[in-house]
Ligand binder design. Structure first.
Ligand code: HEM
Length: 466
């Protein structure tokens, strides 16, 4: 089956969204909403207007929905707009000096080394790992019977396993529980931005920072043990890379010839595992949620996947043919972007059109808002994969940006899309997904865009051979 924009996809449909506030909030209220669910913070003007200046906790702030201004911040003058201090405090315990938090020349060097390891030509290697883990996951679902399952929990295990296996070719059995335990501790205790994280100047230590420093020691010790287990497996045969670890260890900066030392390699591995697994898990969760609410779309994905070779050998070729599945995921990433807010801080004074920007101004660009903005989309709240089918006009890169934009665009986007497309196609051709209670599930902005409560899905085997 081949779908394109001219022949249409199943009918567009509405999915529930959080209610918008009807009045302006005080700073104290805004802080509480920020902690509960940032997606409920912005009122109707944010979805209508292009530039929304304001102030929060004594700092100049601006929310940008204007593609010209966004291009300036993320591309034209991107070196002036760096990650803010609160993000640094929260993420440093796991990401260390790795690519996500690096700036300036250190960032350029790391990006030059890492980007080729995640380029499209590497996808055949990664697809094999994706399919191997996905197969184990499907077998576990079959073995657990047809009772309702907490799919988000399973998807988090699945994507962490894929991240671990793609990185190290190791089944994460030996380390998976410890890795998950540490990530759970981090998410519970340290990943939320506290008031002091926002107020304290760079270099000052908050009580949470002390806990984060202890956490970092435990994290690094685990990474060292995983790397030692991987080293014990020896060099790849005939120089053929088996996984991301082989690729990263052999990678050299094409400009300087330099590779990564042990400490930086460990931070890059941590960065790729953390930045990659949770974002892909929530993408798959919202895709499954949309598929369960929209049975016609679900049937179209199952039909498209039927007959394709989605095995370890065939997946890298077949993924190109999953055109509707990919458009369905693109639309899922529009309405439920896992990274709902990109925050930058101006190093030096600047101008955004007529708006003067003082040094220190916090500039927010929200894929969540941009993707539902009245000026940028026809029927913004309708779920319609047809927007992304071949033949449709592609959206502006500074408006549709689930992976960010400019030089700091997600380095793992190709991997994430390959993974989500293969896992979803395999899952939906094998199982029919329903929500037994059929309730509305709303997105909640935590580190990523999560469901607001645990959701049970029923997965009934379809009548076909796997
Ligand atoms: C659906 C899944 C994913 C989404 C939605 C996503 C989203 C994003 C976004 C929005 C950014 C830019 C952040 C900013 O500009 O502030 C980003 C950066 C990044 N992502 Fe992803 N990501 C995903 C999967 C992955 C995967 C699988 C990996 C690694 C294997 C990864 C690694 C990174 C890294 C290292 C950066 C920082 C790049 C830099 O600063 O140069 N991401 N991601």
């Amino acid at each position: 089956m081949m779908l394109d924009a001219a022949h249409g996809s199943p009918n567009a449909a509405k999915l529930p969204r959080p209610k918008l506030p009807t009045r302006l909030r005080s700073q104290a209220e805004a802080f509480l909403v920020l902690r509960r669910n940032p997606l409920e913070l912005w009122g109707p003007p944010a979805y209508r207007e292009l530039v929304l200046p304001g102030a929060f906790l004594g700092r100049q702030q601006v929310l940008l929905n204007d593609p010209v201004a966004i291009r300036h911040v993320l591309l034209g003058n991107h070196e002036n707009y760096v990650r803010n201090e609160a993000a640094r405090r929260v993420l440093r315990p796991v990401l260390g000096d790795g690519l996500f938090l690096a700036e300036g020349e250190a960032w350029r060097h790391q990006r030059r080394v890492i980007a080729p390891a995640l380029a499209p030509r590497v996808m055949p290697i990664l697809s094999r790992h994706i399919v191997a883990v996905s197969e184990r996951f499907e077998r576990r679902i079959v073995a657990s019977g047809t009772g309702p399952v907490l799919l988000m929990d399973l998807l988090q295990l699945l994507t962490l396993d894929i991240a671990g296996q793609s990185m190290f070719s190791l089944e994460m059995g030996a380390f998976g529980a410890e890795l998950r335990g540490l990530l759970f501790r981090y998410a519970g205790d340290f990943a939320k931005v506290g008031l002091l994280d926002m107020l304290m100047p760079a270099g000052w230590t908050t009580p949470l920072d002390r806990g984060r420093a202890r956490f970092r020691q435990d994290w690094l010790a685990l990474m060292d043990r995983i790397i030692a287990a991987r080293d014990a497996q020896g060099e790849p045969k005939a120089g053929e890379p088996r996984d991301l670890f082989d690729l990263l260890r052999a990678a050299r900066d094409p400009e300087t010839g330099q590779g990564f030392g042990h400490a930086l390699l460990r931070d890059e591995i941590s960065t790729l595992i953390l930045a990659g697994h949770e974002t892909t898990a929530v993408t798959l969760f919202w895709a499954c949620y949309a598929a369960a609410r929209l049975p016609e779309h679900q049937a179209a994905i199952a039909a498209e996947a039927d007959g394709l070779d989605l095995s370890e050998d065939g997946a890298a070729q077949s993924v190109q043919k999953l055109v509707f599945t990919r458009a369905f995921l693109d639309e899922t990433l529009r309405l439920y972007p896992p990274a709902y807010l990109l925050v930058r801080q101006a190093r030096q004074a600047d101008r955004l059109g007529a708006l003067p920007i003082a040094a220190g101004t916090v500039v927010s660009i929200s894929p969540w808002i941009l993707h539902r903005h009245e000026a940028h989309w026809d029927r913004p709240d309708d779920f319609d994969p047809g927007r992304f089918l071949p033949g449709a006009t592609p959206p502006d890169r500074m408006v549709y940006m689930p992976f960010g934009a400019g030089p700091r665009i997600c380095v793992g986007a190709q991997f994430a899309l390959t993974e989500a497309t293969l896992v979803l196609a395999r899952l939906l051709r094998r199982f029919r997904l329903t929500l037994p209670l059929g309730d509305a599930v709303l997105p909640r902005g935590l580190v990523t865009t999560q469901p607001d409560r645990p959701v049970r899905f029923r997965l009934a085997p379809r009548d076909r051979a796997p």
